[in-house]
Write a protein that binds this ligand. Structure first.
Ligand SMILES: CC(C)(COP(=O)(O)OP(=O)(O)OC[C@H]1O[C@@H](n2cnc3c(N)ncnc32)[C@H](O)[C@@H]1OP(=O)(O)O)[C@@H](O)C(=O)NCCC(=O)NCCS
Length: 180
């Protein structure tokens, strides 16, 4: 029902942008996308590259969760290539009105408004299909770009875990942000 469904299409400086639900055929582009973020040392939890088997497992699992209305995952295609991924996973039990957001855009296309639009559409889709009331996320305190984006989207800082993240032996504060 949702696989590959187009949510929005627009142009930025001559580039054709399509925001759509993920589909199975994305596994290769997504593996490349995640690995490029790991290589870059982006402010993300993942620190290890994804191999083909993990990439296939990731997409199969997500497609199932989307059809079960447990997750929404959208990609940003730029001229036909997947260059960004954003997802919300619904929590369980007494937290099932809460979704957890994650987003990452390829370095080459940042700063052009694509991340913001992708996140806005993701939240809209999640509200509609997952029936969530609260979206939360965690961000490295040093990640000013993401922090600014979330503030623009209406997220508020809800707390800080000092040294809550450790990457390559270095500690970072972890900020929790919430949008009602
Ligand atoms: C965070 C991220 C998704 C933003 O995507 P993007 O497409 O570059 O962002 P946009 O161009 O849509 O900009 C949205 C807002 O982010 C902020 N922003 C973007 N670039 C910025 C920069 N260089 N410096 C400071 N703030 C910046 C601004 O508030 C901007 O809004 P404005 O243009 O109206 O001022 C992207 O930088 C990314 O994927 N980074 C690596 C992975 C990551 O950190 N993910 C978040 C993990 S919590």
């Amino acid at each position: 029902m949702f696989t590959g469904k187009i949510v929005e299409e627009f142009k930025i400086d001559g580039d054709f942008i399509r925001i759509r639900y993920i589909k199975f055929e994305d596994f290769k582009d997504l593996q490349e996308h995640i690995n490029s973020l790991v290589e870059e040392g982006a402010y993300l939890n993942r620190q290890k590259k994804v191999n083909k088997k993990e990439g296939l497992e990731f997409i199969t699992d997500f497609l199932k969760k989307i059809e079960n209305k447990e997750s929404v995952a959208l990609v940003a295609e730029v001229n036909g290539k997947v260059m960004g991924l954003a997802k919300i996973n619904k929590k369980k039990g007494a937290e099932s009105h809460v979704g957890v957001l994650g987003i990452a855009i390829r370095k080459e296309i940042r700063g052009r408004g694509i991340g913001k639009r992708l996140a806005e559409l993701l939240i809209k889709e999640a509200k509609k299909h997952l029936k969530i009331e609260i979206v939360e996320l965690e961000v490295f305190a040093e990640n000013k770009v993401a922090y600014n984006l979330y503030k623009k989207l209406g997220f508020k800082k809800a707390g800080v875990v000092r040294n809550g993240l450790k990457k390559n032996g270095k500690y970072f504060d972890r900020i929790l942000m919430v949008k009602y």
